[in-house]
Design a protein around this ligand. Structure first.
Ligand SMILES: NC(=O)c1ccc[n+]([C@@H]2O[C@H](COP(=O)([O-])OP(=O)(O)OC[C@H]3O[C@@H](n4cnc5c(N)ncnc54)[C@H](OP(=O)(O)O)[C@@H]3O)[C@@H](O)[C@H]2O)c1
Length: 163
């Protein structure tokens, strides 16, 4: 059994409502379509999020794990507020990076430490500064479950941040 994208409008609406409940908020400032469901028309998936935006439940719509073609297509239906794709020193090829720079779309690099492997390889500071020097539109989102690691991440960004 694996994970499959599920982009049915009813499911997307239920996910947004559940997030609002869990967070105790009336609006999600930024909501990503986590995966485009290839079995559903993309305009239905984006149209559902756009309608939720119209109702004030979503502030901005982002896309996750998308190609340049996906971004260009989505751009016809919605304002793409952010793109979240995997990018790190090891997994470093993503043409969407340049497209986002050209279109002025913030690019959020997920798995920036290759799930922790890069901390033992190039190191924390080198890995994060490599991402930050790609441009002001790039924001890495490193994750940690430990406060001491969070302090190391903050200090690494301070030391090796944007030029
Ligand atoms: N859009 C998507 O499809 C997608 C997919 C995957 C992930 N994400 C998001 O991307 C973010 C980060 O991704 P990720 O968690 O997969 O990978 P990551 O940030 O590349 O790596 C996280 C790992 O790095 C370790 N780490 C962090 N700081 C460290 C330090 N100072 N020293 C040693 N180890 C350290 C953490 O361990 P400790 O907990 O022990 O610190 C954790 O195991 C998350 O917010 C996640 O939700 C999005």
């Amino acid at each position: 059994m694996g994970w499959a994208p599920h982009g049915h409008p009813g499911y997307l609406r239920a996910c947004v409502e559940a997030s609002l409940r869990r967070l105790g908020r009336e609006r999600l400032d930024l909501c990503y379509l986590h995966r485009i469901d290839p079995k559903m028309p993309i305009e239905d998936q984006l149209g559902t999020l756009q309608a939720l935006k119209g109702q004030g439940k979503i502030g901005h719509i982002g896309l996750s794990k998308v190609t340049s073609e996906d971004i260009r297509l989505a751009d016809k239906y919605i304002t793409v507020a952010a793109v979240q794709n995997v990018l790190n020193v090891r997994d470093h090829f993503d043409p969407a990076l340049e497209l986002c720079r050209d279109l002025g779309i913030p690019y959020v690099a997920y798995r920036p430490l290759d799930a922790g492997n890069l901390v033992r390889g190039p190191g924390l500071e080198a890995s994060l500064s490599w991402l930050l020097q790609l441009g002001p539109h790039v924001t890495p989102i490193p994750a940690t479950s430990r406060l001491s690691h969070l302090a190391e991440i903050v200090s690494a960004v301070g030391a090796g941040g944007r030029p």
